[in-house]
Ligand binder design. Structure first.
Ligand SMILES: [Mn+2]
Length: 447
């Protein structure tokens, strides 16, 4: 049986992630990471399985109901144990193949593997005599489980058993590791972006007045899936006309009207890694004057922000640049009146640019990692090589906004690229999603 060629991270990367975590552990400690469980959609059917992303980052293991244990001895020696569901011929006929304990050790390079049902016996034994326990504090159910194991250990204190006294939140450690992407992770994200770019091209080619938003969504999903990215990284936003002014519009059930724009925010997930791309284009293939003017302004703002990205830059500084540029642009177009500096200090642009400029991107579409520097001021964290983020300025003029001329109303535009920070600047991962007015109109005219 030949496995389909869908890219994934090499095994050695997951081992490296574990090693990096272990380096942060104190001696004589233990860390415990639960996998996700299946989630019921209705009656006896489940949602498509999505692994816990911290667990995936540390293992590459994609089955539900598993658990990773990392231990570090007094002399700094590390051991990894993966608990998984057992091989089970009957269950596997119905539900799919399982790796089992033998292959878990071979294929996932852990030191030992046991059946998941052993955790209540083995984990209390592992906890005995350790000084510190690492686990994620954001999962109350799992915290309860850890405390019940700790209680078991503590109940044997009269026999001289020592219970760990220090609990440490593992989430910030994993989040910091995940924030900096390796070359192999970047390669996967480039590929997720490439597939998503093909999907955005296809959407532009298949778009026609009178079609429905969900029909364009189907074209996106078709293109993702046929390149091995079977699931979108998030629910695709396919928003015609004024629907674009609903930021997280996912109803996708309206007809596509002549003389309106279509905003598509959609990205594929490839081996766990997300792309997050937005394009906005005219449904009939040709921008009208007002659409073109606002579109060019957002496009220029996006490129201005991207071109400023390099190590040391911050989201806070990018916001200053972008807000000033968009404010001046709306003044020039007559949507704003008054004094530039006053508009700026009043943050008037936030009336039409209603969300943040961007966010971290990785295994999660809104990826983990702190946005603040040590002084905790907002979004002042300096960019470093290997960080990946979106840059996504937008302008949203609702249909019922009576403060601007009628010709501007009902236009919602966002343009979003995915950017990696390099040694000296940036790499734009979003290379094949058409973005200039000319590119878009040419593609739509020839399809
Ligand atoms: Mn985004």
């Amino acid at each position: 049986m030949t496995k389909a060629q869908i890219s994934t991270l090499p095994l050695s990367d997951f081992t490296k992630h574990r090693t990096a975590f272990i380096e942060k552990m104190v001696n004589n400690s233990i860390a415990i990471f639960p996998a996700a469980s299946e989630v019921t959609r209705s009656n006896d059917t489940e949602f498509a399985f999505c692994q816990n992303k911290h667990f995936y980052y540390l293992t590459g293991f994609n089955e539900p109901d598993a658990l990773l244990v990392l231990m570090k001895t007094n002399d700094g020696t590390a051991q990894s144990v993966l608990f998984t569901l057992p091989k089970d011929p009957l269950h596997e006929i119905w539900q799919g193949r399982r790796i089992g304990q033998l292959k878990a050790v071979e294929d996932y390079a852990v030191d030992k593997s046991f059946e998941i049902k052993e955790i209540d016996t083995l984990i209390p034994q592992y906890l005995e005599g350790k000084s510190q326990v690492y686990f994620g504090f954001n999962d109350p159910d799992f915290s309860t489980q850890v405390f019940s194991w700790l209680k078991q250990v503590k109940s044997r204190s009269r026999q001289g058993v020592k219970t760990p006294q220090c609990l440490f939140d593992s989430d910030p450690i994993v989040e910091e590791l995940r924030l900096i992407k390796s070359e192999n992770e970047l390669a996967l994200m480039r590929q997720a972006n490439h597939i998503s770019g093909l999907a955005h091209q296809r959407a532009m080619q298949k778009c026609q007045v009178g079609k429905f938003e969900y029909q364009i969504e189907a074209e996106l999903l078709h293109e993702f899936s046929r390149h091995g990215a079977r699931y979108p990284a998030y629910a695709s936003i396919v928003a015609g006309g004024d629907n674009a002014n609903i930021l997280h519009y996912t109803a996708n059930n309206d007809a596509l009207n002549n003389n309106e724009l279509l905003l598509i925010d959609a990205g594929a997930e490839l081996s766990g890694y997300a792309a997050d791309i937005t394009r906005t284009f005219p449904i009939n293939g040709k921008f009208n004057k007002e659409q073109a003017a606002l579109y060019q302004l957002v496009l220029d703002a996006k490129n201005l922000a991207i071109n400023a990205i390099k190590p040391g830059m911050t989201f806070a500084e990018l916001n200053v640049i972008t807000n000033a540029f968009l404010t001046q642009g709306l003044l020039d177009l007559g949507l704003f009146t008054g004094d530039f500096n006053e508009l700026l200090s009043d943050k008037k642009i936030k009336q039409y640019f209603i969300h943040g400029l961007g966010h971290w991107l990785g295994l999660d579409v809104h990826d983990v990692g702190d946005y603040q520097s040590n002084d905790k001021r907002e979004q002042t964290r300096a960019f470093e090589k290997g960080m990946v983020m979106t840059i996504e300025p937008g302008l949203y003029i609702p249909l019922d906004d009576l403060s601007v001329a009628e010709k501007w109303r009902g236009i919602g535009i966002r343009i979003e690229d995915n950017i990696a920070v390099t040694d000296t600047g940036f790499e734009n991962l979003t290379v094949n999603s058409p973005q200039t007015i000319e590119e878009i109109e040419t593609l739509m005219a020839t399809s």
